[in-house]
Ligand binder design. Structure first.
Ligand SMILES: [Zn+2]
Length: 255
């Protein structure tokens, strides 16, 4: 996911991964904690630490997916993890539609790959891993509902290892799928914008904003009614509002 780059603060953490500069805003840690404890969920300190570590590594992997491809295409990107997720910023990147689409898809793809690696390790350690499109799963497995069915696996011996695995799969698969929705500025919204603007750029931007508003509104209503996911519903309400505001400004100013 991506919004504008937040201003640097004294509490920022700086390091490099594969030579790519990374800056972590203090708000990144704050929102990650709020996501788990903000809605009344009770977590022990180890459970909370596992959650923070998994979110941190997973979002970093996602952004590295974007950044490594940006660098492959000749750009000099840097990564910022902030209160709404992450950004891989690359002002000198190749702006051609095909490359921008690949760059946008590389983030969720890196996450799906990380989930696949985790499941491969689980399977290699002698634990059954499976998928049920009917929703019926064997006894004594840990299930995870995804679009179109249930992913399941045989529990690992340690409770904490199970929690690490569950969080890795949830963040990398579920958030990856959410990120592919055609809502700007999510990765799927960026792909939709590139596709919409292939013909008439101005009409394409209006179309991509309208698509974002419609999709975000429907998703907000769905996740609230069907899943009772208040945070996700609020996020999509905000995204619908953001796109509505941009559309109004765009039409008023006729940029
Ligand atoms: Zn992304």
């Amino acid at each position: 996911m991506a919004f504008a780059e937040p201003a640097p603060t004294q509490g920022d953490l700086h390091f490099r991964v594969f030579g790519i500069p990374v800056r972590v805003s203090p708000f990144f840690w704050l929102t990650t904690v709020i996501l788990q404890v903000g809605f009344g969920r009770k977590l022990s300190p180890p459970e909370l630490l596992i959650w923070i570590a998994v979110v941190f590594v997973s979002i970093l992997v996602h952004e590295l997916g974007h950044a490594l491809l940006q660098r492959t295409f000749g750009g000099r990107p840097w990564i910022v993890l902030h209160g709404f997720g992450g950004l891989s910023i690359c002002p000198d990147c190749d702006r051609r539609a095909g490359r921008q689409i690949l760059i946008s898809l590389a983030g969720p793809a890196a996450g799906f790959l990380a989930a696949l690696v985790a499941l491969t390790v689980v399977k290699a350690s002698g634990h059954a891993v499976g998928w049920s499109s009917s929703g019926i799963v064997p006894d004594d497995v840990i299930p995870m509902s995804l679009i179109g069915g249930e992913l399941y696996w045989q529990p690992l011996r340690s409770l904490n290892a199970n929690l690490v695995l569950y969080n890795i799969l949830y963040v990398n698969i579920f958030w990856g799928l959410v990120n592919l929705l055609p809502v700007y500025p999510l990765d799927g919204g960026r792909v939709a914008r590139e596709l919409c603007t292939l013909g008439n750029a101005r009409r394409g931007i209006v179309l991509s904003l309208q698509l974002s508003i419609a999709t975000a509104s429907l998703v907000a209503a769905y996740v609230l009614v069907e899943w009772r996911e208040i945070y996700l519903a609020l996020l999509f309400c905000y995204l619908a509002y953001l796109n509505f505001q941009t559309l109004q400004a765009y039409q008023r100013n006729a940029w």
